[in-house]
Design a protein around this ligand. Structure first.
Ligand code: GDP
Ligand code: MG
Length: 389
């Protein structure tokens, strides 16, 4: 069952600094699924982490991605929306197009080709706003995940300003040059040459203003099956995936990483108190191999647990076993040094004893850090495989 926004669980959830970001950004993520994931990471139960992340992914897939289509009016923005939706200009529910019927206020369209995507047909620059600054403010581009800048006939200073604004707002954007059919019919140049010239002109105009090159597509809105339209659809599909899951991947990784780090600090406290026997049930804390084994079990990254996760993820047994060997243990074994407790302690050897404990604790802490590093690598692999396969 999903919690409604503002439920008591919601309030509890906002206590976690990173999780707030998830809740605010991904407003439709259920608190329960994120909490399940956090609990599973705390317990070192990766099988449950995988299933919680799958649930979170399911929810993210239903999140609406907002795309804005902008440009100078008459550039072919509304026609482009119809072409992208693969519907004719005369069909019911198509975006109105024409020389005189310019779009006056943002209009929303959707397409079964792109589920859970809002396509916003914006008024062109200059239709309602006095200046470009006003236009940018009025359109509030920050609320969109992706912006498609439409141009035709000439790549104007307005187009460059739009692109520059998108870059400074860190918005993902494309440039789509429409009416290529008209260019081809009026130009004496062969198609490849003409395409190259148009592309170069756009690139140079953007470069002059320090705008990094976005994906550029040259299309005719009357040929929605052309090669560039196919490329555009592929790029769009990939970007929709990235918009939905990449930010989520980063946020979930941070949330889980913080839990792992807190756990490390907690165990380091136990090490300092010389309490590994009672605190973690390690029978011989001087035995680094046993420490490593218990730490790994505690984080759920021992071989047995990892085989089990690999199995639930339909991966081979060896999927996670590229994790590193303990360097501390190797060094310790090479040195032949021992951590056995000196039998007789005296004031004369106090310094030695202090050094001994300091060194022992440092080695145990190092083995712990290695287990935590391995855990983070495995976390990364699990999240990547589940969210960004
Ligand atoms: N030849 C040609 N005409 C187009 C193309 N796209 C749009 N048009 C025409 O350009 C005019 C303006 O198009 P519209 O989509 O309404 O532009 P908007 O104001 O940017 O939404 C209309 O008459 C369209 O039929 C295209 O790819 N090729
Ligand atoms: Mg229009």
């Amino acid at each position: 069952m999903e919690e409604a926004a503002g439920s008591p669980e919601d309030k509890e959830f906002t206590g976690l600094s990173n999780a707030i970001a998830i809740n605010k950004e991904k407003g439709d993520l259920s608190v329960k699924a994120v909490k399940n994931m956090e609990t599973a990471v705390e317990k070192g139960n990766w099988v449950d982490v995988v299933s919680a992340v799958k649930e979170i992914k399911q929810e993210a897939s239903r999140k609406t991605v907002k795309i804005a289509v902008t440009g100078n009016s008459r550039n072919g923005m509304s026609s482009f929306i119809n072409a992208l939706r693969e519907i004719g200009h005369e069909e019911e529910d198509s975006a109105p197009t024409g020389e005189v019927r310019s779009t006056q206020k943002p209009a929303l369209y959707s397409s079964s080709k792109f589920p859970n995507v809002d396509l916003w047909d914006l008024p062109g620059t200059g239709v309602t706003s006095q200046s470009m600054e006003n236009y940018l403010e009025e359109m509030d581009f920050n609320k969109y995940d992706l912006i498609i800048i439409i141009a035709s006939e000439q790549f104007s200073s307005n187009h460059v300003k739009l692109a520059k604004a998108m870059q400074s707002m860190r918005r993902r954007f494309y440039v789509v040059w429409t009416k290529l059919d008209r260019d081809l019919s009026t130009s004496a140049l062969p198609e490849p040459q003409l395409r190259q010239n148009i592309q170069k002109n756009i690139q140079e105009n953007l470069q002059k203003e320090g705008v990094e090159e976005p994906p550029i597509f040259l299309v005719s809105n009357f040929s929605p099956d052309s090669l560039d339209f196919i490329k555009l659809r592929i790029t769009l599909t990939e970007d929709l995936h990235s918009i939905r899951y990449h930010g989520l991947f980063v946020t979930l990784f941070q949330v889980c990483e913080e839990i792992i780090s807190k756990k490390v600090e907690f165990i380091k406290g136990i090490i300092k108190e010389n309490n590994l026997q009672e605190g973690l049930g390690i029978s011989d804390p001087n035995n680094l191999v046993e420490c490593q084994k218990v730490f790994q079990e505690n984080f759920g990254v021992d071989d047995k647990s990892l085989h089990q996760v690999a199995l639930t993820m339909n991966q081979p047994d060896t999927y996670f076993t590229d994790a590193m060997e303990s360097q501390v243990i190797q060094r310790h074994q090479q040195d032949g040094s021992t951590l056995s407790v000196p039998h007789q302690l005296s004031v004369r050897v106090l310094n030695f004893v202090l050094c001994y404990f300091d060194s022992k604790h440092r080695q145990q802490a190092h083995v712990l850090d290695e287990a935590a590093e391995k855990t983070k690598k495995i976390l990364h692999k699990i999240l990547k495989e589940t969210l960004l396969p």
